[in-house]
Design a protein around this ligand. Structure first.
Ligand code: FE2
Length: 445
């Protein structure tokens, strides 16, 4: 595979032409009477026309045939995709899942779309407020099938196997430890090369932004220039047998046939694009004196709600870093949170749980559900000598943190067969260390 090219910069106003057609972007206007190379002009709007300039998103695509050239959409098998948040009774327990099993290609060919499984979510698609977490488990490329989501944006976190993603804006290669965002309406098709697994955070009706940095200043966390946008690439490919466009619309899957590849965009310009980001580029902020900063210092991207400082969902990572805090219990503290915390593991092992939380698995700590280090971790960290130490080398844990109270699907609780019934036992050995007659045997604080 020849190395793919990208444009750098988060949310930039970009312009790109396939080098086979120089000058394919119209000069000085968006919608000439006749476009260069006799292409069709098509606008893709990612925000209301009248959004403030800082949040206004749209791109202009110059393509061989417009997207409208297709047969009518018809309902198809929904598989394990759902937006029904009342399938099973709510469950306030700490939930943890073992790694989800990927189907074997020799038994059943499953592509990215047929391998989508909704695990949890909340909110309402029709009013553009909410989110879903999906797990994808696949072994086959999509071939002459593409997908677009009318409901929201997909933040895709591959955990095993790389993804070659064809989009209307060009091609992206996304490997584990990278993420990509494919925004609402963008058509894409994914090639896979092995048994492939990952996580998806879908947010309805809002887009991901870089978090404000406040006193951190102008630089740090995920830097804008490390976000990569594909460059224009087209194929003028007829598909006489029929190319299938799959659409998730109001939570349901529909398919329409057309006679050509949708990746027929010769040139585009605008600020509404797919993009990818390598998590290794995250500049980590951490405590260098004592105590913990809140995990919001690890936010890569945020999908804001209308309430200031309150996210529909934050995408947060726990990357390799130094731990140097003095006189401090260094693992994550015990806590209860008004937010929902969905966690996944791309590779390695998470510092607060030595076993049981595995790559390709996940956990959900719901609103106000208590959680924290397991008993073993507590004992070790309470006695550890506090020298500077590397934390999480070879590991990448992430969190989707949401202000919404998430409901788990029937697939998540039952059909996936991966729920760890013994999760609660990791805290059972916690014992009282209370010494009522001795204030602090360990030291002065
Ligand atoms: Fe937590």
């Amino acid at each position: 595979m020849a190395e793919l090219k990208y444009i750098s910069g988060f949310g930039n106003e970009c312009a790109s032409e396939d080098p086979r057609c120089p000058g394919s972007l119209p000069k000085g206007q968006n919608n000439p009477q006749v476009c260069p190379y006799n292409l069709y002009a098509e606008q893709l709007s990612g925000s209301a026309f009248t959004c403030p300039r800082s949040t206004n998103k749209r791109s202009w695509l110059y393509r061989i045939l417009p997207s409208v050239s297709h047969k009518p959409f018809e309902s198809i098998d929904q598989g394990h995709v759902t937006h029904n948040w009342d399938e099973v009774d709510p469950d306030p327990n700490q939930l943890r899942w073992k790694p989800f099993e990927i189907p074997k290609a020799s038994q059943k060919k499953v592509d990215f779309v047929s391998g989508l499984h909704t695990l949890c979510g909340a909110g309402d698609i029709k009013s553009n407020n909410g989110l879903a977490v999906h797990i994808f488990l696949c072994n086959t490329s999509m071939g002459n099938r593409c997908f677009y989501n009318s409901d929201g944006d997909f933040l895709i976190v591959p955990q095993q196997g790389k993804l070659l993603i064809y989009t209307e804006f060009g091609k992206m290669l996304v490997q584990p430890n990278e993420i990509c965002v494919i925004q609402r309406g963008m058509r894409f098709s994914i090639d896979v090369f092995e048994e492939t697994r990952g996580y998806i955070l879908e947010v309805y009706g809002v887009h991901f932004e870089l978090p404000d940095l406040g006193p951190i200043g102008a630089n740090g966390l995920a830097n804008p220039r490390d976000f990569l946008i594909p460059v224009a690439w087209y194929e003028d490919r007829q598909v006489p047998g029929g190319y299938t466009v799959i659409n998730k619309y109001q939570g349901k899957l529909y398919a329409a046939k057309q006679d050509f590849s949708p990746f027929n965009v010769v040139a585009w310009h605008g600020n509404y694009t797919p993009y990818k980001y390598n998590l290794e580029n995250f500049m980590v902020i951490n405590s260098v004196a004592f105590d913990h900063a809140d995990p919001s210092i690890f936010t890569v991207l945020t999908a804001k709600s209308v309430r200031p400082g309150v996210a529909i969902a934050d995408f947060v990572i726990f990357p390799p870093r130094w731990g140097v805090a003095d006189k401090t219990f260094r693992p994550p503290y015990y806590h209860r949170n008004c937010m929902s915390e969905f966690m996944g593991l791309i590779r390695g092992h998470y510092e607060a749980k030595e076993g049981g939380f595995l790559p390709g698995g996940c956990s959900l700590h719901s609103v106000m559900t208590p959680h924290g280090p397991d008993a073993d971790c507590f004992e070790k960290a309470s006695k550890a000598k506090l020298a500077p130490e590397r934390i999480a080398d070879g590991t990448m844990t992430f969190m989707f943190e949401s202000s919404l109270s998430l409901a788990v699907t029937k697939w998540g609780l039952k059909a996936s067969c991966c729920l760890d019934e013994n999760y609660h036992k990791c805290w059972e050995p916690l014992k009282s260390h209370f010494t009522p007659n001795s204030r602090n045997p360990m030291g002065p604080n």
